[in-house]
Ligand binder design. Structure first.
Ligand code: NAG
Ligand code: NAG
Ligand code: NAG
Ligand code: NAG
Length: 181
């Protein structure tokens, strides 16, 4: 008797668990996904007193540089809506950049775009993937987001639009296409 009621109880809890999964899976409707396109410019200073990116470490006994396997950089770049450095900041690009191919040609990036403008203030987009160190264009995945970009998926393309070797200053254009709710 006891064991039969235990079995019914187990069946009931399984049913309830299933019902909870069913009801929670209805919360989002794929048809309500929006597409958003953004064009952003990363303002990067890789040297000097106001550097926005720096080497964290590299492989002992080897040169540590953009084109040297194993070198890890951290960055916190201001992001603007146009290429000029005096434009107002709309986000920060914060993350890690690791030269990840033995020949030094590719890097792996894990970056958060942390919005500070009025429209997306506090929301983030998470970017991850392979970029080329020396070539001009690259594409990575947008693997997620927070705030207004919850459930974001999409892609980002990057291209260096200017580089000033005396200031170690570069501007990288980034186009993002994301689907989100
Ligand atoms: C966003 O950009 C993509 C190309 O990357 C284009 O196909 C699409 O039409 C654009 N969407 C909007 C809403 O502008
Ligand atoms: C660094 O930033 C400080 C404070 O904003 C500024 O006064 C200084 O001129 C900057 N230095 C360089 C080399 O850009
Ligand atoms: C963004 O949010 C922060 C913290 O809530 C606030 O201090 C700031 O003024 C906001 N910025 C804009 C542009 O709304
Ligand atoms: C970004 O989009 C603009 C306008 O469509 C295009 O001219 C530019 O080449 C794109 N840049 C990147 C890095 O994809």
């Amino acid at each position: 008797m006891a064991s039969r009621s235990n079995t019914s109880l187990a069946k009931l809890s399984l049913f309830l668990l299933f019902a909870i999964f069913l009801s929670s899976s209805k919360a989002y409707d794929r048809h309500q996904l929006k597409e958003t396109n953004l064009t952003l410019y990363f303002q990067d200073f890789s040297s000097g007193p106001n550097a926005t990116s720096a080497i964290v470490t590299g492989i002992p006994g080897r040169v540590w540089s953009f084109s040297s396997f194993g070198t890890i950089f951290v960055g916190d770049d201001p992001i603007t809506a146009g290429p000029h450095m005096d434009l107002p900041q709309i986000a920060r690009g914060q993350g890690i950049f690791t030269t990840s191919s033995l020949d030094g040609v590719n890097a792996h990036i894990t970056y958060s775009i942390v919005f500070t403008n009025r429209e997306y203030n506090g929301s983030t987009l998470e970017i991850q993937g392979r970029v080329f160190n020396l070539a001009s264009a690259a594409e990575t995945a947008v693997v997620g987001g927070t705030g207004k970009f919850r459930f974001a998926t999409g892609f980002a393309t990057f291209q260096t639009v200017s580089f000033d070797a005396t200031l170690f200053y570069s501007v990288t254009q980034c186009n993002i296409t994301v689907l989100h709710y």
